[in-house]
Design a protein around this ligand. Structure first.
Ligand SMILES: Cc1cc2nc3c(=O)[nH]c(=O)nc-3n(C[C@H](O)[C@H](O)[C@H](O)COP(=O)(O)O)c2cc1C
Length: 134
C-alpha cells in the first residue's frame, strides 16, 4: 500500500457541474485501479489523498499532474502505508470553507491546539477530513 498527498489550485473557478464531472471521472478511473482516498476542496485549493498500490497511485497521479484545470501542484508527502484510510470510497469528497478552518484554528480545546501545532501533513489531513474537533 502506498499513499500520496498533494495540493493544487484551480486554474479557473470550478462550477458545481464542473466539480461533479470531475468526481464522476475520478471515481470511475479510481475504481478500475483500486485507488481510494479523499479530495478536499477549500476556497479554490484542492488537497487530495490517493492510496492504493504504488504503481496505481503513481499512474493516477501522473494524469492529475498534467490536468490543466489545476496549477501550482505540490506534493506534500508520499510513501508506504500500512492500511487504507478510505477503503469504502473510490474518492470521498468534501468542500470545506475558510470559516471551518478559522473555527478549527480558534478552537480552545487543548488537544486540538496541540494537534494543529504538531500536525504532520498526513495527520492534518486526517484531522481535517474526519473529525475537526478530534
Ligand atoms: C483536483 C483534481 C483531482 C483529481 N482526482 C482524480 C482522481 O482521484 N482520479 C482520477 O482518475 N482522476 C482524477 N482527476 C482527473 C485527472 O486529472 C484526469 O483528468 C483523469 O484521470 C483522466 O485522465 P486521462 O485522460 O489521462 O485518462 C482529478 C483532477 C483534478 C483537477
Amino acid at each position: 500500500m502506498y499513499y500520496l498527498i498533494y495540493f493544487a489550485y484551480e486554474s479557473s473557478p470550478f462550477t458545481p457541474t464542473g466539480l461533479e464531472e470531475l468526481l464522476v471521472q475520478a471515481r470511475d478511473k479510481n475504481a478500475k485501479y483500486n485507488v481510494t482516498g479523499k479530495l478536499l476542496y477549500v476556497e479554490g485549493t484542492f488537497i487530495q489523498l490517493l492510496e492504493g498500490d504504488k504503481e496505481a497511485v503513481k499512474h493516477i497521479f501522473s494524469s492529475i499532474e498534467k490536468d490543466k484545470r489545476i496549477i501550482a501542484l505540490k506534493v506534500v508527502i508520499e510513501g508506504p502505508a500500512k492500511t487504507r484510510y478510505f477503503p469504502d470510497w473510490s474518492m470521498a469528497y468534501e468542500k470545506i470553507s475558510l470559516a471551518d478552518i478559522n473555527q478549527m484554528e480558534q478552537c480552545e480545546h487543548p488537544g486540538v491546539k496541540e494537534y494543529l501545532k504538531n500536525a504532520t501533513p498526513f495527520r492534518l489531513i486526517k484531522l481535517i477530513a474526519n473529525n475537526p474537533l478530534l
